[in-house]
Design a protein around this ligand. Structure first.
Ligand SMILES: [Zn+2]
Length: 422
């Protein structure tokens, strides 16, 4: 049953407020870790916590920053037509002046494919044939191709808008996040990809590729607002959202989760409670969840002692139904299981409020909650899978459904409140 004091909290949670935070965060431009937009978002979040009278906790991190200095260029040599696309993040640039070579289709890009196809001196073409995001991690394939002499990589994405994937290997172990050699790459939308396919069909296989990327280690912060408890000052429940994004504007991924954190901070910071709350803004989620990993390493013992539960809000407004991810898979680690009692508690509160979240398995990587589960902090992750605008320039605030934010915020607030009081 929802108590009168819980209804009081719920009434104060406004989806309009969360949407304003999303609009403000998206106005900062590119928020990849270490960029100017990351800095602006951090300042915005810090000021917000300060206004609410929260104690500010800053955890310094260093992470590879990715900047696309200008858009990549793909030109069909026979016609002079240029095609637009995006470079995968943390992928290398082409040599000065770019590369000119023939395109060769590498099928699924497996070792077996490469046994049969000569890619030496060529640019590989990889087509995502399903509707999903299975070819998000390009590192392993690029390594395979580069070892056989390939010069570059073109990926065709199934969605009609520009999309950014990653040059990482897709591993959970931070030490294994990259593999070398890498390849300069461009990802084309389905629309631009169709133009390329048409030209290849006419025998126009020679293309010119220029990729203008910059990668350098930069400093950033995981920034938290902390409200101490009245009886157990250091014990607390937490909600986390990563503020960085693969490509701007990043409304669903993950201004949506960040907005939940900021909105719940407004409401819960005004409550007197036996235990406290921590509102966490991470960065470098795009990048093997490095920010959350470093945060957990920096505070491991203290978190194990005092953090009673963590809710991760990552992409909670656009796409399929919002679910709790009960199991996550990485290629290089055992399956990660979310905390059963916490997921049950979420389900119970949702039921009492008339909401419903299903459960699911994440087949191609696990969010930041996995870093907390790793060190023994009970955690769950809210996720709306299958966002068609994922990592695209179309992930804008107008796509956000503010009322799905409300569902996640209401349930999270009651769960956090109950854990603070019981
Ligand atoms: Zn995300």
């Amino acid at each position: 049953m929802i108590s009168p004091s819980e209804w009081d909290i719920i009434r104060k949670i406004k989806s309009r407020r969360a949407l304003e935070h999303i609009e403000n965060l998206c106005a900062f431009g590119d928020r990849f870790v270490g960029t100017e937009g990351d800095q602006k978002a951090m300042d915005y979040i810090r000021r917000h916590f300060e206004r609410l009278g929260l104690e500010i906790k800053e955890t310094p991190i260093a992470a590879p920053c990715f900047i696309e200095e200008k858009p990549p260029l793909l030109r069909i040599e026979a016609t002079g037509e240029t095609l637009a696309g995006l470079s995968p993040y943390l992928g290398p640039p082409t040599i000065k002046g770019g590369i000119t070579a023939d395109v060769v289709d590498v099928g699924e890009g497996t070792d077996a494919d490469f046994e049969e196809i000569d890619v030496d001196g060529k640019i590989c073409l990889l087509i995502e044939k399903g509707l999903g995001y299975l070819k998000f991690w390009l590192g392993t394939l690029a390594q395979r191709a580069a070892r056989r002499g390939a010069l570059g990589l073109i990926v065709i994405h199934p969605m009609p808008w520009p999309y950014r994937n990653s040059m990482e290997a897709g591993n959970s172990k931070v030490a294994d996040r990259f593999c070398y050699p890498q390849l300069p790459a461009i990802t084309l939308s389905a629309v631009e990809g169709a133009k390329l396919m048409y030209e290849l069909g006419r025998g126009h296989t020679r293309v010119h590729l220029e990729v203008h990327t910059l990668i350098e280690e930069r400093d950033s912060l995981v920034i938290s607002g902390v409200k101490k408890g009245d009886e157990f000052p250091d014990e607390r429940t937490a909600i986390l959202g990563h503020r960085d994004t693969a490509v701007p504007p990043g409304a669903n991924d993950n201004a949506s989760g960040t907005a939940c954190v900021l909105t719940l901070a407004e409401v819960l910071s005004q409550q007197d409670s036996r235990r406290g709350f921590e509102f966490i803004s991470t960065t470098a989620e795009d990048g093997a969840t490095l920010g959350a990993y470093l945060y957990c390493q920096a505070h491991k013992d203290e978190l194990q002692r005092n953090m009673k539960a963590l809710i991760d809000a990552d992409m909670i407004s656009v796409g399929g139904q919002i679910k709790q991810v009960e199991k996550g898979l990485w290629p290089d680690a055992d399956p990660v299981y979310a905390t059963e009692w916490l997921m049950d508690m979420v389900d119970e509160v949702a039921e009492d409020l008339g909401y419903y979240f299903g459960r699911m398995e994440a087949a191609w990587g696990v969010a930041e909650s996995a870093r907390f589960l790793d060190i023994g902090v009970p955690s769950t992750w809210f996720w709306a899978p299958d966002d068609p605008y994922y990592h695209s320039t179309e992930d804008s605030p107008d796509k956000i459904n503010p009322n799905s934010l409300k569902a996640v915020m209401d349930v999270s607030a009651v769960v956090m409140w109950r854990l603070a009081q019981e």
